[in-house]
Design a protein around this ligand. Sequence first.
Ligand code: PLP
Length: 375
Amino acid sequence: MSKLIYADNAATTQMDVAAFEAMKPFLINEYGNASQPYAFARKPKKALQDAREMIASCIGAAPEEIFFTSGGTESDNWAIKGSTLLNAHKHATVTSAFEHHAVLHSCRALEQRGYPVAYMRPSREGYITVEILKEYITSQTYLTSVMLANNEIGTVQPIKELCAVAHENGSFFHTDAVQAVGHIPIDVHGLGVDMLSASAHKFNGPKGVGFLYIRSGLKIMSYSDGGAQEFGLRAGTENVAGIVGMAVALKNNCDALEENTRYVARLESRLVSLLESSGIKYVRNGGTNRLPGLLSLSFPGADGEAILHRLDLTGICISTGSACNSKNTEASHVLRAIKLDDNCAKGAIRISLGKNNTEEDVEAIFAALTKIFRV
Ligand code: PLP
C-alpha cells in the first residue's frame, strides 16, 4: 500500500493535534450539560465562553456575535433563510451562480416560497465584480450573498467593495467564508459583512461544527426552537468538545497564518514550476487573487475522473471539477458558471495543498501526473 498523499484540503483537513487534545476532557470527564446550574457544569460553560471569545477575536467580532452551528451548510441555510423569511416587505435575494450548494439550494428553497432570487454570473476569471453586482442589485434586494473564496477554483472575491454596494442599495450582506476562515486574514468590520459562515473541518478542526457570525443588531429568525442556547436563536445542547476543538484549531491557524501561507504558497509554486517545465499541456483556472495552495487545473482532452482514479491508485487524493449524477458526469456548476469550454471542464482537477503537505508530496503528485501523461 503506497503512502497516503492527501491533497484535497478544500474538501476537509486533518485535525490539529492540540485541538484534539483540548476536546478530550469534554468527551470523557467534563461531560456536564453547560445549561445546568450545578458546579459540574461550570467547566463546559466556561469552555463555551472561552471558545466564543477566541473565535470572535480571530475574525474581529464580538463574542455575542458568534453563533455555534453544525457546520458550513447549517450556517449558510440559517443566514439565507433566517434573514430573508423574516422580512415581509423587501424580499429579493442576489447571489452568484458559483456559490456552494448550501447557498444555492437555500436560495432555491426561498424561490419555492415565492421569494425571488437573482443568480449573478461571475467573470471568466472567477470573480463577482462591483460592476456585476450593480447590474443585478435593485431597491428590492433584501439580501446579497457572495462567497469569500470559491471552493473549486479558489478565487477570492472583493467582499469589502461588494458589501459597500449592497449597503448603498439597502441590502444586507452575507458571505460564505467556509474556504477562507483560518486560511486568509478576515476582519468582519473591515469587510463590513452582516453575516459570515464558517466550518471547523476546513481549518483543521473537527467535523460537524461551525459558526455563523451575525452582526449585532441584525434581526434573524431562530434556526431551531427549543432551549435557550445560542442566545435563544439556535436551540439544542451544545457540542462542547467540537466547539472547543474548533476554537483551538482556528486560533492555531490564525496565529500561524503568515507562516502557513508562505509555506503552502511555496509548495504551490514548486508544483506549478514542475508542471511548466514538463511539457504537460494544462490550463490553470481562475484569476490570480486566490486562496494559497488551491490549484484548479484543466488538462484539455483528458478526463478529470480518470485522472482522479489513476492518482487514487497511487495513494494520492485530489478532486475533480465535475458533478456526478446517476447517469453521467458533467462539468460542475462552478466551471459552467465561468464558461470554461467543455474540453477544459471535462479535464479539470482540483489539487488543494495544506500546511501538512510536504515538498515530497508535491513531487510525488507531479511524478504521478507525468506517468499519466507519459511525458
Ligand atoms: N460552503 C463552502 C464554500 C464549502 O466549501 C463547503 C464545504 O465543502 C460548505 C459551504 C459546507 O460546509 P460543511 O461541510 O461544514 O457543511
